[in-house]
Design a protein around this ligand. Structure first.
Ligand code: AHR
Length: 607
């Protein structure tokens, strides 16, 4: 028996109920959300790794790292292309292998920008997208390169006949020109199609995030916020303004170079364009190697956080609000939640509750009393507006068991952000999890909705992963240089995010395994969403009663995610597990069977 009391509401669903955390892990940003297909754009990642000499038709030359005579102090390194023989029909260039390939799509347009100088002016210099076997899909001349550093731009459009492929390279070359000349390159960008004109955010990845209808995006992480050492934290001031002025930093939390070309403003635009509010994480004086900033040295980091909040929310008459406007976004961003640090329970010294949290709390509340402060671990020194709980388990049952975690939690304490959670059952060859993991997450999420009065938001983590290089076993969205797919967990997130009312309504489920979970919400206009999660190996037939409504529509929409519990999706099989939508006869009372291993949402209309 399953009864939904559509006439009563218990809690209001929060606009932030479900969201994402985005940090640069698994190349989520560098080689992912950042639309630039060129790897090692600034020649700071192991010299000129990802770049190689390209010659054809008998041309000759060499490429090398040059650390002298660079573009500017932030970007002193350049790639030096020495051109040897280069008569008509001979070609010499520098080829970039991208992030595990360069993605080419039919009819896609790429915006190229790079800085260059030559020992003597020569041209034409050409940029191209071509297959690794030499098929040129698009090329354009940038004209003559002069002797002083200057920016060169071009637009490349792949033909409609180009295959969807990653086995490609981006090339800067001269054909029959520049014999004996030297060309230097720095800050090279070839930006794939973006979601919107601003933000430089790779279109398919941002679309997938937006399609889950996130209420918030927690930025910028995660461990990425902290770094292993202070110098490698997310130092937000180094991530804004002209990209050629950004020095980048070693993402030592996850082991690769970050150009910082996808900076704070890009994270904020990502949230804005997904229809979400940013939930800001500020660096709080603790790094992953265990170092803690002493109390008498914390002030600069507190100021850094205050400036960051001003950059995000300040009017254009404030210093940092004006800077945001100069960076192209005059309107302030909405901001309600600021998290102090990340997972500070790893700091065994007691410094978080001892002085770091209270110092950040006092300073932020003094300047911005309206902001809700999120504590990354329990504290007693100051109030916690919100506490950030994280849950990971390799075993689906470990996450499913949390479905009742908040049912009897203290209502007089802080609100709860479940800032990270997930079943970590990705495989050694696939960094996304199984349907069984997704069903367990759905079971947990029924509890998050039911306790919406306490749980203000939740985010599966991590959101994105390259399928060619990852550091975390299980992620929501997998991508390569050209394509992406949603895992079964992604579909669960999308179902919960899009099929969600404004208020929770009571549900009673009897006569089924206690592992079967149900929750319901309704909108003010009477649409009822009933979510039933059946992780068992048997179908569950129930008599469904919708009480408390004057009328119940005769048809319901049924969105079902089911299949082999061990199945995963992948780049080559993106839809092995995907939701289906059907309709069924409905009414105040009807029989419904919920398949084994399934998540089902019934959308009912009531008055
Ligand atoms: O989501 C992956 C990592 O898990 C986050 O960076 C960190 O906060 C947590 O330990």
């Amino acid at each position: 028996w399953l009864t939904v009391d559509a006439g009563h509401t218990t809690a209001a669903v929060n606009s932030t109920q479900f969201g994402h955390i985005v940090e640069d892990i698994n190349h989520s940003v560098e080689g992912g959300l950042n639309a630039n297909v060129v790897r090692n754009a600034t020649m700071k990642e192991n010299g000129i790794s990802s770049w190689s000499l390209l010659t054809a038709g008998g041309g000759s030359g060499s490429v090398a790292l040059d650390t002298a005579g660079g573009l500017n102090a932030a970007n002193p390194n350049s790639l030096r292309l020495s051109i040897g023989a280069n008569a008509a029909g001979q070609r010499v260039g520098a080829a970039n292998a991208g992030f595990y390939g360069v993605g080419v799509r039919p009819s896609a347009t790429y915006q190229v920008s790079f800085f260059a100088r030559a020992d003597q002016a020569f041209g034409p210099v050409t940029v191209s997208l071509e297959s690794n076997t030499g098929t040129v899909y698009a090329s354009a001349s940038v004209g003559t390169v002069g002797t002083g550093w200057a920016r060169y731009t071009a637009t490349l459009t792949a033909p409609a006949s180009a295959p969807v492929s990653t086995a490609n390279r981006f090339v800067v070359s001269a054909n029959g020109a520049g014999a004996g000349r030297t060309l230097w390159l720095s800050v090279v960008q070839c930006n794939a199609p973006t979601f919107a004109p601003t933000g430089n955010i790779r279109a398919d990845l941002q679309q997938k995030l937006a399609d889950t209808k996130p209420g918030f995006i927690r930025v910028p992480g995660g461990n990425y916020l902290e770094g292993n050492v202070i110098a490698n934290r997310f130092a937000w001031k180094n991530t804004i303004g002209a990209v050629e002025q950004r020095a980048g930093h070693q993402n030592d939390a996850w082991g690769y170079w970050s150009t910082d070309h996808f900076g704070l403003l890009n994270y904020l635009l990502m949230a804005e364009q997904a229809g979400a509010e940013p939930l800001l994480g500020v660096f709080a004086g603790y790094t992953l190697n265990g170092s803690v900033t002493p109390q008498n040295q914390l002030a600069p980091y507190i100021q850094e956080a205050l400036d960051e909040i001003e950059y995000i929310t300040g009017s254009t008459s404030t210093t940092w609000g004006a800077r945001r406007a100069a960076d192209g976004h005059p309107a302030p961003f909405p901001l309600r939640y600021v998290e102090i640090g990340n997972e500070d329970w790893f700091d065994g010294s007691g410094s978080y509750d001892g002085y770091r949290y209270p110092m950040f709390y006092d300073a932020i509340k003094a300047a911005y009393p309206q902001l809700q402060i999120v504590a990354s671990m329990p504290v007693t020194s100051r109030p916690m507006d919100v506490i950030d709980d994280h849950y990971y388990s390799g075993n689906p049952a470990g996450i499913a068991a949390l479905a009742t975690r908040y049912d009897s939690a203290d209502r007089n304490g802080p609100k709860v952000l479940v800032g990270e959670y997930g079943v970590t059952n990705g495989s050694s060859t696939n960094p996304t999890g199984t349907l069984s993991g997704a069903i367990a997450e759905a079971a947990f999420m029924t509890g998050l909705v039911r306790n919406a009065d306490l749980v203000m938001g939740a985010a599966y983590a991590p959101a994105l992963t390259s399928v060619d290089n990852w550091q975390w076993s299980s992620n929501l969205i997998g991508f390569n240089a050209v394509s992406s797919y949603g895992s079964p967990s992604y579909h669960v997130q999308q179902m919960f995010g899009t099929l969600l009312g404004d208020h929770v309504v009571p549900v009673q489920l009897t006569g089924a395994s206690p592992d079967v979970r149900a929750v319901a919400t309704r909108t003010v206009s009477g649409t009822v969403y009933l979510t039933v999660v059946n992780p068992t190996a048997s179908a569950v037939e129930t008599q469904l009663t919708i009480s408390g409504a004057s009328s119940v529509g005769g048809t319901a929409t049924v969105t079902t995610l089911t299949g082999d519990p061990n199945a995963r999706n992948s780049i080559s099989a993106p839809n092995t597990i995907a939701p289906t939508t059907t309709t069924t006869a409905a009414g105040p009372s009807f029989v419904r069977t919920f398949p084994a291993n399934s998540v089902v949402v019934l959308t009912l209309s009531t008055t």
